[in-house]
Design a binder for this molecule. Structure first.
Ligand code: UGA
Length: 453
């Protein structure tokens, strides 16, 4: 049986390694961070990802998966090497391939015999062709290259791995593609067998398309606020057309995370470097940046200058069910509020530890009620159902002013007690009056001011 090596134990690498072990393979994972390897070897996941912990513990005890800092050992022992290292963005917006290049150099210098390198990391289109050429020049080993982009979402990564919509494998040699496809056979998903260039572009184009959908519905939401429509109803009505569908149609205060912002920019750059100006993506990026500013504009509309105001932020991860704060809208928002001179307090159910590493000057508090205490406004930045379940009667009593800017439409106005002013996305601002339900006030879009009903 081929031993599988996984290089990099981040979200993608760790989920890939553990899930491949669960599918019956022998997996050896390498990771440069010794502390992470220590934890993993004790069966403790260093990241929060639903369902991962029990799967890790189970496969570790069955000795189906193993973790090491010894990269050379992985190259020696495994015949198939899944590369799942980070490909962040550089300060000038290009893709930082230093971790990929580091892994490739090591494979080139250490590998003997036959090896198949399978790229899971999101790499610029054309990387596969270049690396295939590079590996083919090595005489002392027979190294082949395949592209196998990953489509899993954080927060449901194990489920996405085990029940994928599709598997994409790109390469030049059909037999090798089949060999890798056989690992995914038990998942019974459609498999696209293609070139590495196509596989790489499928990954970027998919993420860019989803980001485009989000920016589109966000602009529709902004228009809804102006004309008095409700974006949820509009999205539902649109989504019933299967050509549109209702996925990724949740309006909010912008997309975040380690993938969409970076991949949309990378695709735009890639187009530019190949002589094509990808106009649409410029708008997708710009709309997303402006969307992040809308809570600030809404707060200003109610409170005037934010200098010295106490504002609470609920939600610092880039979405619920993860502890990942990379490129998170909640973190950006907290920074923008600090920049405005506000006194910012913030809560997140899973992300406080990570947030501490990237936020200074914000009071990070483990209790949402303490965030509400004395606050002149609360801003909800992630769509965590937890917020709808809070005791809003109690919160109203704690807040200095009962203003909530719900950036993800997580709250049902009918569940809020009397007196709250609720700013939502793609709906007009509401003042809650309990005896008669919710009543619209101040019919204002952010661009214009209209008659009060
Ligand atoms: C995304 C893709 O969905 C995965 O298919 C892909 O594999 C992954 O990137 C990657 O390239 O590794 P992920 O970043 O985990 O997955 O998160 P998503 O669930 O896609 O959400 C991204 C952002 O979009 C979040 O900030 C979320 O709040 C926002 N979003 C999502 C919306 O604002 N509206 C929506 O309707 C959906």
């Amino acid at each position: 049986m081929d031993k599988i090596g996984v290089i990099g134990c981040g979200y993608v690498g760790l989920v890939t390694g553990v899930c491949l072990a669960e599918l019956g393979n022998q997996v050896l994972c390498s990771e440069v961070d010794g502390e992470k390897v220590e934890k993993l070897s004790l069966g403790v996941s260093p990241i929060y990802e639903p369902d991962l912990q029990p799967l890790l513990a189970k496969n570790l005890s069955l000795r189906k998966v193993e973790f090491t800092t010894d990269f050379n050992r992985v190259i020696r022992e495994a015949s198939i090497l899944f590369v799942a290292v980070g490909t962040p963005t550089t300060t000038i917006g290009t893709t930082d391939l230093s971790q990929v290049n580091g892994a490739v150099d090591r494979i080139l210098s250490m590998a003997t015999g036959e090896k198949i390198v399978v790229m899971k990391s999101t790499v610029p289109v054309g990387t596969g062709s270049k690396l295939s050429r590079l590996f083919s020049r090595k005489r002392s080993a027979n190294i082949s290259y395949l592209s196998n982009p990953e489509f899993l979402r954080e927060g449901q990564a194990v489920r996405d791995f085990m029940t994928p919509d599709r598997i994409v494998i790109g390469g030049d040699v059909p037999e090798l593609i089949e060999r890798i496809a056989s690992f995914f056979e038990p998942l019974k998903a459609p498999c696209i067998r293609t070139t590495s260039t196509n596989a790489e572009l499928i990954k970027y184009a998919s993420n860019a398309f989803l980001a485009t959908k989000i920016s589109f519905i966000n602009e529709i939401a902004n228009l809804c606020e102006e004309v008095g429509a409700d974006v949820s109803v509009v999205a539902e009505g649109m989504g019933l057309d299967p050509r549109i569908n209702n996925h990724f149609m949740r309006a909010g205060i912008g997309y975040g995370g380690s993938c969409f912002p970076k991949d949309v920019k990378a695709l735009k750059q890639l187009a530019g470097h190949n002589g094509y100006h990808f106009e649409l993506l410029s708008a997708v990026i710009e709309v997303n940046e402006m969307q992040k500013m809308r809570p600030i504009q809404k707060l200003r509309r109610h409170l005037g200058r934010l200098y010295g105001r106490r504002i609470g932020v609920l939600g610092l991860t880039f979405k619920p069910n993860t502890d990942d704060v990379r490129d998170s809208v909640g973190v950006d928002l907290a920074k923008l509020l600090l920049f405005e001179g506000a006194h910012v307090t913030a809560f997140d159910p899973l992300g406080l530890e990570q947030a501490r590493k990237v936020l200074t000057g914000v009071d990070l508090i483990e209790d949402p009620y303490l965030v509400a205490e004395g606050a002149e406004a609360l801003v909800i930045a992630t769509e965590d159902p937890l917020y709808a379940g809070l005791d809003w009667e109690r919160i109203r009593g704690l807040m200095a002013k009962p203003l909530v800017v719900d950036g993800r439409n997580t709250l049902d106005p009918a569940d809020l007690p009397d007196g709250f002013i609720l700013e939502q996305v793609g709906r007009r601002v509401k003042r809650i009056i309990s005896e008669c339900g919710e009543v619209g006030v101040a019919q204002v879009g952010l661009g214009t001011t209209r008659r009060v009903s």
